[in-house]
Design a protein around this ligand. Sequence first.
Ligand SMILES: Cc1cc2nc3c(=O)[nH]c(=O)nc-3n(C[C@H](O)[C@H](O)[C@H](O)COP(=O)(O)OP(=O)(O)OC[C@H]3O[C@@H](n4cnc5c(N)ncnc54)[C@H](O)[C@@H]3O)c2cc1C
Length: 183
Amino acid sequence: MRLHTAHGSIAARRIVYATGYHSHRYLKNDGGSLHCTYAVASEPLRSFAGWPGDSLIWETARPYFYARQTADVRAIIGGQDTLFSSDHQREGFIERKTAALVRRFARLFPAIYFEPACAWAGTFDESPDGLAYIGQVPHRPSAYFAIGYGGNGITFSAIASRLITDFYLGRPNDDVAVFRFER
Ligand SMILES: Cc1cc2nc3c(=O)[nH]c(=O)nc-3n(C[C@H](O)[C@H](O)[C@H](O)COP(=O)(O)OP(=O)(O)OC[C@H]3O[C@@H](n4cnc5c(N)ncnc54)[C@H](O)[C@@H]3O)c2cc1C
């Protein structure tokens, strides 16, 4: 393999593609579909009154909603996905979605005043079963893919690092079937 970059080229026996939703161009069919998702962090809160412990809350209804606490006593909330990949760039979208998320939070936790400190959004790619794709494809035999589709890509990235190490070293790993492209 030879990788060409803006700063020169690199020779390698194997390559790992961790290129997120840009991966469509390297794959014949990855089954993903692009959406936008939205998140808001609060200013530090006075209390987490009514919150069950320090649990991460994930409501699977549609539109889904999640909430979690941070070490500096904030809440991060998110969800309110929209259908198209660039919706978040449209005027007023992040503001409207922030207001909807804050309203949802207020219904769940009426005793907590949530003042938004920062809101952001981005495109993300979702696979039909919500799982990442980690593994190899027949048309790129020297490559491994670590594609964290879905809303839990941070967790999948840790799994991908272990799986790809095992692929490379030829070690068996029970998770291969869970994340393979042909599932
Ligand atoms: C608003 C928002 C909130 C989210 N919240 C959470 C959360 O709380 N927890 C969670 O687990 N997940 C969350 N996610 C999802 C998470 O961000 C993704 O699942 C995860 O980032 C996917 O990881 P990835 O490595 O597959 O792709 P990415 O993180 O998209 O990384 C791909 C990288 O590859 C680069 N790239 C692409 N093509 C090339 C190329 N040819 N050469 C070099 N570089 C290239 C891109 O620039 C990018 O930096 C959230 C997503 C959004 C948008």
